[in-house]
Design a protein around this ligand. Structure first.
Ligand code: NAD
Length: 367
């Protein structure tokens, strides 16, 4: 008799198939009955250093969905750290459940103990539904927690550094497309004016760009529009705007079959993770349409750069910003490589990241 498990019929889903498809080193399932904690920590690659990546708490529909998410996200962290020149590997954790109801001191400290049990192979930080206060609880049980509040010697909110790196990636893209990196007078549409989006709008308005914004929260929209002098557009209308640059700063997968048809911009450069709905398909479609795409994991690495600066000790915001400045040159190199080799920019960026991992792997061969 074939047993039905939660993934469907036996044999439909294999954890090890999923792990080997993306090449992970280690996946740890964490369970604690008294607090109701269920978490998965995925360590993708530690050739460059310990695997750093945030902990996301989400009410996943199934364990399978949680596993797929943590595997995909942790792999992304490997490439992000590698291309940013950091001595870090890629990892990520997901906690399954309702963040509004389940997060207690005991719950978070228990998770911290699981992080500690990995002996530094995995370092955690904030992600969706995790705040600096939650990090403080985890840090009571583990040395491998970063993203702590500034009052505790941490780097605080990483969003301003993320926005700065995204802004520089956008300028590098403008240099490539227009021969000049000035954004003055450029029509730029920012989707999502949350933590990162609103700091980005501030940079753009300082440079006298014409900025259009959209969000699902009316209040936030009005506030950002008033504060920086941006124009509000509808959530779906943003894709049909007469614009030079589209900056996705809300969700993933907004660059897809439907939107590529509609987008009239010359550049896509934003902070959202996983902007291409299918990285094997949509990178090529953008080339065909003559749109330059600044790889998301490269230009949104400012947040990772900031938490890494904190982890190294003696946090200095200045050092984090200096490191983030390298995004400009790297982005320009990638755009040139992509053009020379007729290769989608995302692929060119991943190839460069992989090369660094391979090269450094060899450096470490002898003691
Ligand atoms: P956030 O939650 O503060 O902001 C996201 C904003 O997008 C919110 O205001 C939300 O209302 C809005 N939004 C959601 N759905 C929308 C829709 N359909 N149309 C328009 N707006 C919509 O998040 P954040 O920290 O600013 O991060 C933004 C993106 O950047 C995310 O994809 C995140 O993963 C990525 N990112 C953030 C950081 C960081 O340092 N915060 C670092 C790297 C990547």
């Amino acid at each position: 008799m074939v047993e039905i498990n939660q993934f469907g019929k036996e044999g439909d889903f294999s954890v090890f198939n999923e792990i080997s498809k993306l090449g992970h080193e280690q996946v740890v399932y964490c369970h604690d009955e008294p607090t109701g904690l269920k978490a998965i920590i995925a360590i993708h690659n530690t050739v460059l250093g310990p695997a750093l990546g945030g902990t996301r708490m989400w009410n996943y529909a199934s364990d399978q969905e949680a596993l797929i998410d943590v595997l995909r996200l942790s792999r992304g962290m490997t490439f992000k750290a590698a291309i940013s020149g950091l001595n870090l590997g890629g990892g990520k954790a997901v906690i399954i459940g309702d963040a509004q109801k389940m997060k207690t001191e005991a719950f978070l400290r228990r998770f911290g103990r699981f992080v500690e049990s990995l002996g530094g192979r995995y370092i955690t930080a904030e992600d969706v539904n995790m705040k600096t206060r939650d990090m403080e609880y985890m840090a009571m049980e583990s040395r491998y927690v970063t993203g702590l509040p500034q009052t505790l010697g941490g780097g605080g909110d990483p969003s301003p550094v993320t926005a700065y790196g995204t802004y520089l990636g956008m300028k590098a893209s403008a240099k490539k497309v227009y021969g000049d990196d000035s954004l003055e007078g450029k029509k730029i549409a920012v989707q999502g004016v949350g933590q990162v989006g609103s700091y980005l709008v501030e940079h753009l308005r300082k440079e006298n760009a014409e900025v259009f914004i959209t969000d699902i929260f009316e209040d936030k929209l009005k506030e950002v529009a008033k504060k920086f002098g941006a124009k509000v557009v509808g959530q779906d209308d943003i894709f049909d705007l007469d614009m030079d640059i589209y900056a996705p700063c809300a969700l993933g997968a907004t660059v897809n079959d439907n939107t590529i048809e509609r987008l009239k911009c010359k550049i896509i450069a934003g902070a959202a993770n996983n902007q291409l709905a299918d990285e094997n398909v949509h990178g090529k479609k953008l080339i065909e349409k003559g749109i330059v795409y600044a790889p998301d994991f490269l230009i949104n690495a400012g947040g990772l750069i900031n938490v890494y600066a904190e982890f190294l000790g003696n946090y200095s915001s200045e050092r984090a910003y200096q490191q983030a400045e390298k995004i400009y040159d790297t982005c320009l190199d990638i755009l040139n490589k992509s053009e020379k080799e007729s290769m989608p920019t995302q692929q060119a960026a991943m190839a460069l990241a992989q090369k660094r991992i391979d090269d450094m792997g060899k450096v470490k061969l002898s003691f």
